[in-house]
Design a protein around this ligand. Structure first.
Ligand code: CU
Length: 147
């Protein structure tokens, strides 16, 4: 009788251990990406309007999705292309959120991998504008222009 009880207890212990194991495996969180994934993570940013800003292009992503320009002054956008996949980037500006219409700044040249290039944007009135890389329209964001 005692032997049966011991065997039963052992089975219960094993069963609960297996349950705990499978519970541990499913955390409900997405798996942690290895650090080798090329996506640039957003960096903390000031909301103060500036006349010069650097945009880093890496992994077919900009490091910033929101820019702040000073109104009524030329603004220099430096594109820092950190790609290792051979992709070139550039900077274009629109008044239309879908970036289909209202282009107000067109890049004359592309920034090649390993290059930094300045795009000097003409003085803009206060308001909201939209930027993108012409080559990769998924690389886009918003520009807030304020005094
Ligand atoms: Cu691009």
């Amino acid at each position: 009788m005692r032997r049966t009880f011991t065997a039963l207890a052992l089975i219960l212990v094993l069963a609960s251990a297996a349950a705990a194991c499978s519970k541990q495996r499913d955390t409900g969180f997405p798996p942690i990406k290895p650090s080798s994934s090329a996506s640039a993570s957003p960096r903390p940013q000031s909301t103060v309007p500036v006349t010069a800003v650097t945009l880093i292009g890496k992994g077919i992503q900009w490091d910033l999705s929101q820019l702040y320009f000073v109104a009524n002054q030329k603004v220099t956008v430096t594109v820092d292309n950190q790609e290792t996949n051979g992709a070139a980037h550039n900077f274009a500006l629109f008044t239309d959120p879908n970036r289909q219409l209202g282009q107000i700044f067109a890049p004359k040249v592309d920034t090649q991998p390993g290059q930094k290039l300045d795009y000097v944007v003409q003085a803009l009135k206060a308001g909201t504008y939209y930027f993108e890389c012409f080559i990769h329209p998924s690389m886009h964001g918003t520009v807030t222009v304020a005094k």
